[in-house]
Ligand binder design. Structure first.
Ligand code: TA6
Length: 294
């Protein structure tokens, strides 16, 4: 597979394909920003600054085994968020399937673009009885933009819930705040999705936090005070945002999360969680997450 990828898709100085734990695309922008994407799960494993500083966390103990999700970077949650009503792997199967490379380009403004695709197969239809076709476009410039398109080529509508389950690297979760949630209704996944209203203009973290903020704004900011950094998340086509950090006790239950790494990330996950998205036959939905930092 790697030889074929290397014969068709590399772009000198911008896109290369290497064999890592899985076949991996390495994207390099002229600004020095880099991103690495496993074809397995169309999983953006890393996004780094010109000085090499990582903007995502990757667990020291992540599984890199087919059939298991990778803990870190941007896991794709689809077609079902969480342990939902349909019997399937937790957070769905998009992140545990290998995607194919559809295209690589460098845009006129110099952004490096990788397009990956995943279509339904007899195996996926055994789990979830719907035909689908989806693409994930990863666009690397000074920002990182994911555009996720889901199509329904079948003759009956389907509904999904989803999220971009991004593990943002922070110096210390206990010195991190999320801006943009004030006044929103949130469902507390630690209290059987009991609904409350967020009163804090800046959400801080003192214990395990696992909340679905409903109808979240387009722009959400992570104040990573320990790194004196603000990461901005601009979303469209995804109504909600999940905020998660397990803290120490819950973190100890994840065999694939490195020792003490719970302090080093916050998950801010744009998605459609509170209400499923219905896709009619022949139609498509497009969801975008743009990440920038300063
Ligand atoms: O998005 C938050 C969450 O649903 C948490 O409840 C926790 O389960 C986390 O995702 C990790 O899920 P995963 O299946 O990746 O281990």
């Amino acid at each position: 597979m790697l030889a074929e990828l290397q014969s068709k898709f590399p772009i000198k100085g911008a896109v290369d394909f290497v064999q890592d734990k899985f076949p991996k695309a390495v994207l390099t922008h002229s600004s020095g920003h880099k991103a690495e994407v496993f074809l397995y799960g169309a999983h953006v494993a890393s996004w780094s600054m010109p000085n090499g500083q990582p903007l995502f966390l990757m667990s020291d103990k992540a599984y890199f085994q087919a059939g298991k999700p990778i803990r870190g970077g941007i896991p794709l949650v689809w077609p079902q968020f969480g342990p939902g009503s349909e019997p399937m792997p937790a957070h769905g199967f998009a992140r545990i399937n290998s995607w194919e490379v559809l295209a690589t380009t460098v845009s006129a403004s110099g952004e490096v673009v990788l397009v990956l695709g995943l279509n339904s197969t007899p195996a996926t239809e055994k789990i979830w009885p719907h035909a689908f076709s989806q693409e994930l476009e990863i666009r690397l410039g000074k920002s990182l933009v994911l555009t996720w398109t889901i199509r329904n080529p079948g003759d009956k509508s389907f509904a999904f819930t989803n999220a971009l389950h991004t593990y943002f690297a922070v110096a210390d979760i206990r010195n991190t705040e999320i801006e943009g949630l004030a006044g929103l209704t949130y469902m507390d996944s630690l209290k059987n999705r009991e609904r409350s209203t967020e009163s804090n203009p800046l959400l801080g973290f003192t214990d395990q936090t696992d909340r679905i903020y409903v109808s979240a704004p387009e722009l959400i900011k992570i104040h990573d005070k320990g790194n004196k950094r603000i990461i901005s998340i601009r979303k469209s086509g995804m109504k909600d945002a999940v905020i998660w950090n397990p803290f120490a006790e819950r973190a100890a239950q994840f065999a694939d999360l490195g020792e003490g790494q719970w302090t080093k990330f916050v998950c801010v996950e744009p998605g459609n969680v509170a209400e499923p998205v219905v896709v009619e036959p022949g139609k498509e939905v497009r969801m975008v997450q743009e990440l920038t930092y300063n």
